[in-house]
Design a protein around this ligand. Structure first.
Ligand SMILES: [Fe+2]
Ligand SMILES: [Fe+2]
Length: 171
């Protein structure tokens, strides 16, 4: 009999990959909080904005709230699948200073810029997760690539809004 035994590889679930798994859970937990904070601030801004031009932004943000909530749930599910524990609200630390209500609720450019910054932050963090899971955890990688595509779409839409305001000299 040969001395080599065939090892059943369970990939990211292998006990020898525990460290990688915990690192990924940490990255997913940060992503989870980013989505939750985005949900909070997109609700806030979708309701607060005022003015004739506000309708488009209001509707886009209200639609995104549902997508970001779906992302948060996907991140939470994956944390559990990787044997992590989804944190409770006491662990939450807010970071989106740029998405706080503007001084004037007709200041749509403030909201547009804030959304672009939030989406850019998400794109950066999710790109990192895609890189860190490469060849290690294809399922997380696949899920995050799909979410990353959504965030790129969100950012592109609001970049279009900003361009329109810039071309009118309002930004
Ligand atoms: Fe999202
Ligand atoms: Fe987004």
């Amino acid at each position: 009999m040969s001395e080599t035994t065939t090892k059943q590889s369970k990939g990211i679930f292998d006990s020898e990959n525990k460290e990688d798994r915990e690192k990924i859970v940490g990255l997913l937990t940060k992503a989870y909080w980013m989505e939750i904070e985005t949900v909070i601030n997109y609700i806030t801004n979708s309701v607060n904005v005022d003015g004739i031009r506000a309708q488009e932004i209001r509707e886009s943000l209200a639609e995104d709230v549902q997508e970001e909530l779906g992302h948060a749930q996907q991140f939470a599910d994956r944390i559990k699948e990787l044997y992590g524990v989804v944190p409770g609200s006491l662990d939450f630390t807010p970071e989106q200073s740029f998405l706080q209500p503007a001084e004037r609720q007709t200041d749509l450019v403030h909201v547009i810029r804030g959304v672009i910054e939030a989406e850019t932050g998400a794109i950066e963090h999710y790109t990192r997760i895609v890189e860190e899971t490469d060849g290690i955890d294809h399922v997380t990688q696949d899920m995050v690539i799909a979410i990353l595509k959504d965030e790129q779409g969100h950012r592109r839409l609001f970049e279009g809004f900003l361009r329109e305001f810039e071309s009118e000299g309002k930004a």
